[in-house]
Design a protein around this ligand. Structure first.
Ligand code: ZN
Length: 55
């Protein structure tokens, strides 16, 4: 299963992990601008990383 991980380099933490089956890149960007907008507005570096679960 493949996931997209939203990571904030300033807070050094994972903000969320989303299954690419349900969340495409546009949806992830939407989430960054809605659910995680506090980080973006604070000028934090929010990155999208690939995450693979081997199970
Ligand atoms: Zn942050």
């Amino acid at each position: 299963m493949e996931f997209r991980e939203i990571y904030c380099s300033n807070c050094k933490k994972i903000l969320g992990r989303y299954n690419i089956k349900f969340y495409d890149d546009d949806k992830i960007k939407e989430l960054i601008n809605s659910a995680h907008s506090t980080h973006v507005r604070s000028g934090h570096q929010v990155n999208i990383r690939k995450y693979e679960k081997t199970k």
